[in-house]
Design a binder for this molecule. Structure first.
Ligand code: BEZ
Length: 211
């Protein structure tokens, strides 16, 4: 199945390093990050999962739950987690789905046959509390993902949902943001953005980042 932005993330129940998990129950009303990696006991994946564990507080602050996936089994995941904790100086505190039967990989399109017939690619989805897919990225197996960028996208999405703003190129938390083009009502704009805005063009209106 090929998922696209705005689609509902499919539910599933699958084994994991923490026992059987139902995805929707696991997510509850949180945001979710579901990410696949090619295999356990591989160097790039070891650094990715270690770094994700270190971001636990950042995810929690944003109401985000992380869950990883590969086609290795739960016993393999548990052994590998010990290695990750030891080598990355952290404690993996999120489950790794054991997708040995490739059920979830098929649902989410995590196997790209022309890249590898058997291993999952390095994909990542951000899923919002309504279970809608808000970001999909896929990286080559040899390139570790930038999880600070994932946090930046979560921040941007949450600002959009709460404040009707979008974030410009290379935006970082605290920078000016853009008022979404669909917001035209001047009264609402004044109410939403009491610090005012600068209209560089009628369609490009910058305002300080709302809290
Ligand atoms: C890794 O995770 O280190 C890796 C996996 C597949 C190909 C290359 C690197």
């Amino acid at each position: 199945m090929s998922l696209r932005l705005g689609d509902t993330a499919p539910d599933f129940t699958q084994e994991s390093s923490d026992g059987a998990i139902n995805f929707y129950e696991f997510l509850g009303s949180s945001w979710g990050i579901l990410f696949s990696h090619p295999a356990d006991y591989t160097p790039v994946c070891t650094t990715e999962l270690g770094y994700t564990a270190k971001l636990q507080d950042e995810f929690a602050r944003r109401g985000v739950k992380a869950i990883a996936l590969s086609v290795d089994d739960a016993e393999s995941h548990k052994g590998w987690i010990s290695d990750i904790n030891e080598t990355q100086n952290t404690a993996v505190n999120f489950p790794i789905l054991a997708d040995k039967d490739r059920k979830v990989s098929a649902l989410y399109g995590f196997i790209h046959p022309n890249a590898s017939a058997t291993l999952t690619v390095r994909s990542l989805l951000i899923i919002d509390p309504d279970k809608k897919v808000r970001l999909i990225i896929t990286y080559p197996a040899s390139t570790g993902r930038n999880f600070n960028e994932i946090l930046r996208v979560v921040d941007s999405l949450q600002l959009t949902d709460t404040h009707k703003v979008a974030t410009p190129a290379n935006w970082q938390h605290g920078d000016d943001v853009v008022i979404v083009p669909s917001l035209k009502d001047e009264d609402e704009i004044r109410q939403r953005f009491p610090k005012g805005y600068t209209a560089v063009k009628p369609y490009l209106r910058l305002t300080p980042q709302p809290e």
